[in-house]
Design a protein. Sequence first.
Length: 606
Amino acid sequence: MVLAELDGRRRVVIAAMRPDVAASVQGGDALVKRTVGEALRIEADLLIDGHDRIAAVVHVRHSADPMWREIPMTAVGPHAPDRFAAEVTFDRLGVWEYKIEAWRDALATWRHGIERKLEAGQDVTLERAMEPSGERKHTTTGPARRVLVERERARRSAWYELFPRSFGTLRDVIALLPYIEELGFDILYLPPIHPIGRAHRKGKDNATTAAPGDPGSPWAIGAREGGHEAIHPELGTLADFAALVEAAHARGIELALDIAFQASPDHPWVAQHPSWFVRRPDGSIQYAENPPKKYQDVYPFDFESDDWRALWEALAGVFLTWAARGVRVFRVDNPHTKPIGFWRWCLARVREEFPDAIFLSEAFTRPLMLEELAEIGFSQSYTYFTWRTTARELRAYCEELTGKLDLVRPCFWPTTPDILPEHLQLGGRPAFLQRAILASTLTASWGIYGPAFELGEARAIEGKEEYASSEKYERRVWRLDAPHSLRHAIARLNAIRREHPALANDRSLRFHDTDSDAILCYSKRDGDDLIVCVVSTDPFHARAGWITLDLEDLPEQGFQVHDLLGGGRYLWSGARNYVELTPEAPGHVLAIRRRSHREEGFEYYL
């Protein structure tokens, strides 16, 4: 350290900043996530030698603006005067920047010294009077951090996935929109709708040889009819697609497309850009593998190609093409198999033209990779909720996620077309209902693969977490009006989510103790809106026990809670209360508000 390069007059040390965002070697700071109008609390530990006082501000600007605006920081909490904080809200989409500037506050230091001398009875007649000058000398400025500000649907959304070919064409999907609207989902997600390759086409149940009439996997993208920017002729035309987008929007539903960056052997790019694909030593193209699984109908891209820049531009162009056609929500298939640097560039490139774009990361991979993808710009992330089944596992996992919400937005999916977990294979309708309650209330965003989920499809290939007669490889016929369907329960859950802002956030999630190892109790709060959920994780037996609510402002006398899901009302008293749950009615979603009312001679929360 060269003394000539230092300014020793800068005495303030910025010891810590929160959110705590670690810098990436290749791409700079991670992106803190917020939505328009959502507050970001910025904290820092600011230290100075001796007893001098500190002043500090947060500088904030949109990345497209040349000028910064200032927000004063104040000393807060039990660590004052060393811990400072300020709250920032953002009024438009895009990437914002903020940084902290701190300096010795000469006026406050002088005033503090005078006050201490007066308290000690000392003479201050010789003290020099000071006037506030506003001058900042020898300031310390912290590193700039970035915030990705998105629209509200990036923070809370309800996804419904379906295979359009099982219902016919894209025009036939328009006829399903009233059903999806009834269920309460605001995003309709379609697997790839592109032409499907014929070479090495997979048959039913992933058979390596397709029989005549087998439609193949939608993820084997590309044929002579076109590639990632084309629509399978059997599904319809671009005009049909536009009609679907318009009809969905008219019902408050957004259309989401699956973006899978891989190609069938028939994809036009294979012939046009052979250098974009990985080759074996004998010169043949290497198909995709994830041992023991083999995907003979799919070629992965070679991101170490000498022509990588053209490949990147082409892939970003896929997003841009569909965004120009009215799609602003994308589910991205297996992003963990493509370079982090590509995603950082690609998502930023798309948002330059379409700042309202939302990206869901399907990254069932190592936890750190899942988090890294979220940090570089994915709006939402699939998680390991699918495999967390006991009350203890769910609580531990959700508490882990709660500590990462500045960067990771979890989206809970009980199943996907790829995954039918064992507890749903065995647990019957009660297990599906339990998972719906948990997924829709533990996180602000959730999704189901339908109609398989609401109809309780549980037939699996023996010994595997895979559907028998998987819709990935064949068309299925679904009876949407089946009497055992969970459609009404799911519709009620989504209605509760819309009506109660407490369920629109994940930051207030708090767990409460129970004396049963199969009962999970948790709450969420937004102002006066307080929701308490009590859910059994046992689909086979009735469960009962005592819960202890760790909540402020609960009256000791009797109060009433309203089960928004089952419709019942219960008289509780204080923090400790008794609950009974059955496989047929495995959960309560209880409204408890701090505004007290009187009814039937006792106080309750409505």
